[in-house]
Design a protein around this ligand. Structure first.
Ligand code: MRU
Length: 394
């Protein structure tokens, strides 16, 4: 069975409810941009690329439904305005990951250009053309994401094998262990994954000894989702709590030592500062302390050249209950028993729950993208602009 967070065919979209995983597998229908917004806000859909794609496709199915019900505005300009309006709403769902804002900018442009081409002066007839152009562009994003992730996986795996592996003196040097954080796999993307795509590529080329994954408190994307993906794909995996990571990295030079930490990203600023799941920064500090390479794996849609540095990235804060409670079935429960939410903190305690942190570029050794791996130049800076051609202009 292929792990699919997003099931789409023209006019129909379903998302895997990631709040229920790994205990239950159920898909929710997304019929509109409002449904997509709710799926993203509630974290039934999460992960920067998946958020962007579900938002884009949520509006695509809404446009198809309007067309089916003969309710699509006939004028091209009106459909372009509707697209503008819905995209503006969708980007309010979660603020930190830039992929959604990037997708919205591109899709808005597609709709406006289609409206200009339709040239019906608001008189009607071109609305269907604008909807068509939008739907096709959203569908391309879905297909491109899988292709890009496979390329990220290949590039990242090659880099780690070449730059972070052993000295090649014995057979075991070929086998690398890596540590990853949060969930960046098929569940966080259209398929394959970014950092977990690198893990998949290492495994597929028989170079992976073991993937360690952190639990990733408070939402437990590592324990619930990454562990699930590793088991599902038969990749040797070991789960640790977040507080064990520094001790694991300190084992460098001993059996199962970690060759690299590989993480995803929600937004990479122009200077390489990277916002990712809370706890990433602590991993980068520990990796540097122990001489372990630190790799960010992300598509170009996560690179935000308009944000100069991490200081300008808005960090989402999530509800206190994610920290003070834990949800799941009780240990011996029948699988059909609904999950229970259990309090784990003292009543009345204040809570700070930032969903992301920013790792300074200084602590990052390489950024693996679908176009190759970017390392720092002699000046010690990442040149991320070179990843983009003319088509990326505003
Ligand atoms: O809060 P989440 O689960 O959406 O956070 C996800 C992450 O931080 C991922 O590392 C990032 O989005 C990259 S997913 C390919």
């Amino acid at each position: 069975m292929v792990l699919e967070a997003i099931r789409y065919s023209r006019g129909a979209l379903e998302v895997l409810d990631q709040l229920a995983l790994p205990h239950a597998t159920r898909y929710d229908a997304v019929r509109s941009s409002r449904d997509a917004w709710q799926a993203i806000r509630s974290m039934r859909t999460r992960g920067a690329p998946a958020i962007a794609i579900v938002a884009a496709l949520g509006l695509a199915v809404e446009l198809e439904a309007l067309r089916r019900d003969a309710a699509l505005p006939p004028a091209a300009a009106d459909v372009a305005a509707l697209v503008d309006d819905r995209l503006a709403f969708l980007v309010t769902s979660r603020p930190t990951a830039v992929n959604l804002a990037d997708a919205a900018r591109k899709l808005r442009r597609v709709a406006r250009e289609a409206a200009a081409r339709a040239g019906d002066g608001g008189g009607g007839g071109g609305g269907a053309d604008v909807a068509d152009a939008y739907v096709r562009a959203a569908e391309r994003m879905l297909a491109d994401d899988v292709r890009d992730n496979e390329a990220i996986g290949r590039h990242g795996a090659e880099w780690i094998a070449a730059r972070a592996g052993g000295d090649g003196d014995d057979d075991d040097d070929a086998a690398l262990s890596v540590l990853t954080h949060c969930n960046t796999g098929s569940l966080a993307t259209a398929g394959y994954g970014t950092a977990l795509g690198v893990v998949r590529a290492l495994h597929a080329s028989s170079r992976l000894r073991r993937a360690f994954c952190t639990e990733t408190r408070p939402y437990n994307q590592g324990a619930r989702l990454t562990a699930y993906e590793l088991v599902h794909d038969g990749i040797p995996g070991t789960l640790i709590t977040d507080s064990m990571a520094a001790s694991l990295l300190a084992l460098r030079g001993r059996a199962d030592n970690i060759a690299a930490v590989v993480v995803g990203a929600d937004r990479v600023a122009a200077n390489g500062d990277t916002a990712n799941k809370i706890g990433t920064y602590a991993l980068a500090i520990a990796a540097r302390r122990h001489g372990v390479k630190f790799v960010v794996a992300a598509p170009r849609t996560t690179v935000d050249l308009k944000t100069a540095s991490g200081a300008a990235i808005v960090i989402e804060e999530r509800p206190a209950r994610e920290v003070t409670t834990i949800t799941g079935p009780t240990v011996d429960a029948d699988p059909t028993t609904p999950a229970q939410t259990i309090k784990i903190a003292a009543d009345g305690i204040a809570v700070w729950n930032p969903a992301f942190d920013v790792t300074p570029a200084e602590l990052i050794d390489a950024i693996a993208t679908e176009c190759g791996v970017v390392e720092k130049g002699e000046d010690g800076e990442f040149d991320l602009e070179k990843l983009f051609g003319q088509e990326e202009g505003d």
